[in-house]
Design a binder for this molecule. Structure first.
Ligand SMILES: [Zn+2]
Length: 259
């Protein structure tokens, strides 16, 4: 199968499924029409995909193929089979992603760009599409380093990226499982309740809960905050809320002095 079609299929399929689920079982009430959020965030995602194709995606794929041809990285050194390269690759790269997300909250320059994601006053599946192109550009640069460290195959990397978007669509979805489902699920995976807590202004959980796919990184590295429904009543950062669905303030935000 063509890797690009696989990537697009998992991205669109996961998004569509989560969109339907939050339509059927919404947890929080939306106070702006959902179509406005959908078109704004989908438009931003399409804009990002278009402008980053040649400066970020194409060079990253060329770099990945070059690293593979030289057999650089830990995975080729370990002589992992194709299947183990994928399975262990997902775990290792998810750990790198945890630290990248944590640095996005800690390093002021990165936080300026990551804030665009956190200005959203709601959390639903469309929030998973909301990123500033600057953050995605930095992210591509960082991923080029992950590639040379770990040495994933092209398919291992594409499957990891697909798992990340499936996980992101899932954990941003505006649903909340009953405890009998939430508790066992949250032993392994990042759930919507756990990640919504990351979108509060509370220092306790907003400045914690950085994992993307597997939840154990937060437990292992001491950033696990148990979600609290009272804290989750107010989502999104206090500044920039009035313009959060306007394209110019969204794109200019990281470059303005008040940000
Ligand atoms: Zn964050």
């Amino acid at each position: 199968m063509n890797a690009a079609i696989f990537r697009l299929g998992t991205f669109a399929g996961g998004f569509g499924l989560m969109f339907c689920l939050e339509t059927l079982f919404p947890c929080r009430r939306w106070d702006v029409p959902r179509r406005v959020r959908f078109f704004f965030h989908a438009g931003l995602m399409i804009f990002n995909t278009a402008i980053l194709r040649f400066p970020a995606v194409v060079p990253l794929v060329i770099w990945l193929k070059f690293v593979n041809s030289r057999q650089w990285g830990v995975a080729p050194m370990l002589g992992l089979s194709a299947a183990w390269n994928i399975i262990i690759g997902i775990i290792v790269l998810d750990m790198f992603d945890y630290w990248w997300h944590r640095f996005n909250h800690r390093i002021p320059l990165l936080w300026r760009f990551h804030k665009v994601h956190h200005v959203d006053t709601h959390v639903d599946v469309t929030t998973a599409l909301r990123f500033h192109p600057g953050e995605l550009l930095f992210s591509a640069l960082v991923k080029s380093v992950w590639i040379i460290i770990w040495g994933p195959t092209l398919w291992a990397f594409i499957i990891f990226e697909s798992c990340v978007s499936l996980a992101a669509h899932f954990h941003h979805t505006n649903i909340d499982f009953p405890d009998r489902i939430e508790n066992p699920l949250r032993m392994i995976f990042v759930t919507p309740r756990f990640h919504t807590a990351h979108h509060t202004v509370s220092k306790r959980t907003g400045d914690a809960n950085f994992s993307t796919i597997f939840i154990f990184w937060d437990k292992l590295f001491g950033s696990y905050g148990v979600p609290d429904y009272r804290e989750m009543e107010y989502l999104g950062l206090p500044a920039g809320r009035e313009n959060y669905l306007s394209i110019v303030p969204t794109l200019k935000g990281p470059f303005s002095s008040e940000y």
